[in-house]
Design a protein around this ligand. Structure first.
Ligand code: PLP
Length: 416
């Protein structure tokens, strides 16, 4: 069913504000998304009616808060097609989920000479934890290249994965190019080599129907704040049995079974990785975000984004002096659209369009390896979500026309 954006936008209080005297046009959804009233209300409701620490208490508030928190574990599992809620760990964000695996799995499993295969389109949070792990263990990093269309070079990736490969870690969807990677195919390559496959789902879980079992990956990581939820909540899913094989990440309360002077034993399942008091309120509010997405249906979210992304790519390329990076076919890409305006630095573009109330991002997008590959210091990025409308793309194009006019003038004045 088509998403009724006019109605749905009423659920997002922030979308009715003005910026610099203009209606806000929020196109920075790959960085973080806006929150519907249901999520904001869930936070308030928790603090007003249920606030208590979880797991430890037997009083009514503690039981209610525990049930609400654990209920979201089940919802998060359902959102990505995972069979068991017990395979879901709550973290702070995607970054922490990946670091958890690097520490809890990587430190124990990797040795000198082992190899970790990444790609040039990874976010820093799927590069730096592996660089740190490589420095600790003596393992080597290998990076698969990207072709001219902004897609992974699968032949090269296949050639990099071999008997030394212990881990393959790739993004499901690029936060810069929008490219959607063929995870099921990559999972087969990893499986044949006996390597673990981690998928960075920070940009896919919010925008695509995801089924981790069908994808065939071993680990899947994502962040609540990029999918209508609050900041401070990340999710790590691991294939059944994998969490049990991993060492603890952080030590403290909640993650133990028995503590003795000479040492301790660990709690079972995800609790082993949730030391200390977790982010209870935000996890519970994330549940409201998952309900919201579920009610819309991820297939419809995806269809909406395909339409607006196709519209945006055509409008940007058609407006003159603009190049869009990454694949143009919306069947193989999502709604993070990076572009360059001839001769104008992305930061200048971003500043000017902000004066028109349009929020886009300029910079390296935490993907410096990709910037180097594209031979650019930075790009502009407009990124869409379920509440964006074509008229907002029009507002972006109008603001960009103004930026081009301003810089055209500046250049000619300098020339004189
Ligand atoms: N991976 C990708 C592809 C991302 O786009 C991002 C955030 O922009 C991250 C990882 C890191 O997410 P977080 O900052 O929530 O840990």
């Amino acid at each position: 069913m088509t998403i009724d954006t006019a109605r749905l936008r009423e659920d997002f209080p922030i979308l009715s504000r003005e910026v610099n005297g203009r209606a806000l046009v929020y196109l920075d959804n790959a960085a973080t998304t806006q929150k519907p009233r249901a999520v904001i209300d869930a936070l308030t409701h928790y603090y007003e009616t249920q606030n208590a620490n979880i797991h430890r208490g037997i009083h009514t508030l503690a039981v209610e808060a525990t049930e609400a928190y654990e209920g979201v574990r089940a919802k998060a599992a359902r959102h990505i097609g995972a069979r068991n809620a017990e395979d879901i760990v709550f973290t702070r964000n995607t970054t922490e989920s990946i670091n958890l695996v690097a520490r809890a799995w990587g430190d124990a499993k990797l040795r000198e000479g082992d190899e970790i295969v990444l790609t040039l389109m990874e976010h820093h949070s799927n590069i730096v934890p592996w660089q740190l792990l490589a420095a600790r263990t003596g393992a080597q990093l290998r990076y698969a290249d990207i072709d001219a269309a902004g897609q992974l070079d699968l032949d090269e990736l296949r050639s990099l994965i071999g008997e030394r490969t212990k881990l393959v870690s790739v993004t499901h969807m690029s936060n810069v190019l929008g490219t959607i990677n063929p995870i099921a195919e990559i999972a087969e390559m990893a499986r044949e080599a006996g390597a673990l496959l981690l998928v960075d789902g920070a940009q896919s879980a919010p925008h695509l129907p995801v089924d981790v079992e069908a994808l065939g990956c071993d680990v899947f990581a994502f962040s609540a704040h990029k999918m209508l939820g609050p900041t401070g909540v990340g999710v790590l899913w691991a294939r059944a049995g994998l969490l049990a094989e991993m060492e603890p990440f952080l030590g403290g309360g909640e993650m133990i079974s028995i503590v003795k002077p000479e040492g301790s034993t660990w709690a079972e399942g995800p609790h082993k990785f949730e030391a200390g008091t977790p982010n209870i309120a935000d996890v519970i509010a994330f549940g409201a975000a998952l309900d919201y997405l579920d009610a819309l249906g991820m297939a419809d979210v995806r269809e909406h984004e395909k339409r607006i992304t196709a519209y945006a790519i055509e409008a940007l390329e058609g407006s003159g002096g603009i190049t869009v990076h990454g694949p143009h076919d919306v069947e193989v890409r999502g709604g993070a659209v990076s572009f360059e305006v001839d001769g104008v630095h992305p930061h200048d573009i971003s500043t000017i369009v902000d004066a028109y109330g349009v929020a886009i991002r300029a910079g390296h997008h935490c993907a410096q390896l990709l910037m180097r590959h594209l031979s650019v210091p930075a790009t502009n990025r407009a990124s869409f979500y379920l509440y964006n409308e074509e008229r907002e793309v029009d507002a972006l194009i109008e603001a960009l026309d103004e930026a081009k006019r301003v810089f055209g003038r500046v250049e000619s004045r300098t020339a004189v």
